[in-house]
Ligand binder design. Structure first.
Ligand code: SF4
Length: 152
């Protein structure tokens, strides 16, 4: 069965976001894949050892820092490596990751100023996945992910 790596906050169930809120994806195709057991959930930040809730963090100058200036690059990197490990272990055909996140963002991330501004970019886990050749979609690209899977 073809598997898909997904951000755990999109998968639903355990609340893993920095603010403890849910962000479960309710797209019908996504829910069908979930029911079929195709989805491999991962929260890179929790896998990296960070708690829930946690201080918001953003990418800045090649690092990941919290609003109060704590450098959490090592935790983000550890979690991104775990996401990549899972992608390999399950031979996923692609990944669907949460847009805007400093770990999972696909097309846009916050710009490091903690002023709510976004910029073009990707999260650290998405960067590692793409660097290893994986195709990564955001939660608003489920139809494109389905086409990629159907063509695989
Ligand atoms: S790191 Fe990714 S999976 Fe975890 S809460 Fe943030 S966006 Fe969701």
């Amino acid at each position: 069965m073809k598997k898909i790596l997904v951000s755990e906050c999109l998968y639903g169930g355990r609340h893993v976001r920095y603010d403890g809120a849910g962000a479960a994806c309710t797209d019908g195709i996504f829910l069908k894949w979930k029911a079929e057991g195709r989805l491999v959930p991962v929260c890179p930040e929790v896998c990296g050892g960070l708690p829930v809730p946690r201080e918001p963090a953003q990418r800045r100058d090649g690092r990941v820092v919290t609003e109060r200036g704590r450098d959490v690059t090592a935790q983000f990197r550890k979690g991104a490596e775990e996401a990549l490990r899972l992608a390999k272990e399950h031979s996923v055909v692609c990944a669907i990751m949460k847009e805007g996140s400093p770990s999972c963002g696909v097309h846009a991330i916050y710009d490091g100023s903690f002023t709510g501004k976004k910029t073009a970019g990707e999260g650290l886990a998405t960067q590692l996945l793409r660097g290893a050749g994986h195709t990564v979609f955001s939660e608003s690209e489920i139809a494109a992910a389905k086409r990629a899977i159907d063509d695989d």
